[in-house]
Design a binder for this molecule. Structure first.
Ligand code: 2IT
Length: 446
């Protein structure tokens, strides 16, 4: 395999699919050497098969808003790779959603799901629907219209969506209600992220953030340091940032920044439990403004419009919002301000120039597909509980999640260690790839 040649062909075949091409290149560069040591991979054309989704569904979603107007959006589901199990991955509702974005997310999901060591294939979906400013009734009608089309192509042993940006517990409730009505199937893992009491797993809402903090704790330990008193800057204030902040405070760290599309809230003395609870209200309001935190807690939080979380001095930087949210310029500012660790929690949160800057500065940098895998892993645990018609306690789920994150960390070190440094990007990409490639080889040319 020659990465340059493969990328040239993909660029010609999928012109303009920027995010997808970026995600593929990052993985291929990491695995090139190992891949070429396995002629059986080349013979079975593993990479050429892996970079194309098994199939993509595109569908029209028409719904009626509160003014009685008819609105139409585009919905998608990318079923990328099923070598390890049924397709699994979230749904993103955001106005910028397009095929490139969902192909990048689906491609990343293959390797992330592989790292969990659970039987999960990779998929992703969503719609170019903007939840900002929408009423609860509008969200429900949109979710129902989306499911009219999608329900035939999902199921616990086929494809199991979950939440992502713009899709949380409320949306999963409406999507699942519509699915049940159409499929006449009950208490299944056809969707995960359900609420506890009707098929959901305890700890699933917290899992992405908790898992990320378990991973970061290992990175910090590797440098013989502790989490106590570490200053953490988080971007976003959604489900992922909420879970990460909860666990960070539990670990004795200090969350000194959260952010939103409108700007940053600096929290000098560290976020409190009350403020973390308020993040849930801010998200549910669909206002999408982090300034609301400073309005509610004027003494503790200082809002600055138009600035990112990366403008605040911190020890650990954790992007928790959107792809490519941290630029090379942001990375240089973080480095100048003395950042010690960077862990992506959003998928592909850092631009390639930012990753290069962190690596050049010899800072431990870990990629989203390893750091945020606790979310999908706990979705896998939800499917297990649904299949077995049982509920595990919060402690049982948390112990399993913690072990999965520790195992992922160990795999990243095993494949990424080079002398005294650990290339977490390479480690995660190679470890995730090997399991998928071996499964594809064993299952023949299909
Ligand atoms: O990016 C992700 O891993 C998710 N949005 C969660 C996917 C899932 O199926 O739980």
């Amino acid at each position: 395999m020659k990465v340059k040649e493969i990328m040239k062909a993909l660029e010609a075949k999928h012109p303009g699919e920027k995010e997808y091409l970026q995600a593929v290149e990052e993985v291929l560069v990491s695995i090139e050497k190992v891949y070429n040591e396995h002629p059986e991979f080349e013979k079975a054309k593993i990479v050429e098969r892996l970079v194309e989704p098994d199939r993509i569904f595109t569908f029209r979603v028409t719904w009626v808003n509160d003014k009685g107007e008819v609105c139409t959006n585009l919905g998608y589901r990318v079923q990328f790779n099923a070598a390890l199990g049924a397709y699994k991955g979230g749904l993103r509702f955001h106005p910028a959603v397009n095929v490139s974005m969902l192909k990048f997310l689906g491609f990343e999901q293959i390797f992330k799901n592989s790292l969990t060591n659970l039987p999960l294939g990779g998929g992703k979906g969503g719609a170019d629907f903007d939840p900002t400013g929408k009423s609860d009734a509008e969200i429900m009608r949109f979710c129902q219209a989306f499911m009219y089309e999608l329900w035939r192509n999902i199921g616990p042993d086929q494809d199991s969506p979950a939440g992502d940006v713009g899709v949380g517990g409320r949306e999963i409730g409406y999507l699942y209600g519509a699915y049940k009505k159409l499929a006449r199937e009950h208490s299944t893992g056809a969707l995960t992220g359900k609420s506890y009491g009707w098929g959901g797993s305890l700890i699933r809402p917290e899992a992405t953030g908790f898992g990320a903090m378990y991973y970061v704790e290992r990175m910090v330990k590797e440098k013989k340091e502790t989490m106590k008193g570490k200053k953490i800057a988080l971007s976003g204030f959604g489900n992922v940032a909420w879970g990460a902040a909860t666990k960070a405070v539990e670990m004795g760290a200090k969350v000194v920044a959260i952010s939103g599309p409108d700007g940053v809230c600096e929290i000098k003395d560290g976020i409190t439990k009350e403020m973390i609870d308020y993040m849930l209200e801010m998200r549910a309001s669909n206002r999408n403004k982090v300034e609301d935190m400073a309005t509610k807690f004027p003494k503790a939080a200082k809002f600055t419009a138009g600035k990112k979380a990366w403008s605040v001095k911190c020890d650990i930087a954790m992007p928790c919002a959107f792809q490519n949210e941290l630029s090379e310029e942001d990375a240089n500012m973080l480095i100048k301000n003395g950042v010690k660790f960077v862990a992506e929690v959003s998928n592909m949160g850092c631009q390639p120039g930012a990753i290069a800057a962190f690596q050049k500065a010899k800072l431990p940098f870990a990629p989203g597909k390893a750091v945020n895998a606790g979310g999908v892993a706990t979705s896998g645990l939800e499917i297990c509980q649904n299949a077995g018609h049982i509920n595990w306690t919060a402690e049982e789920v948390d112990v399993k999640l913690h072990k999965i994150m520790n195992d992922i960390y160990d795999m990243c070190v095993e494949y990424g260690k080079k002398g005294n440094t650990i290339d977490y990007v390479k480690g995660a990409n190679i470890a995730g790839f090997m399991r998928v490639a071996k499964a594809m080889l064993a299952q023949g040319i299909i």
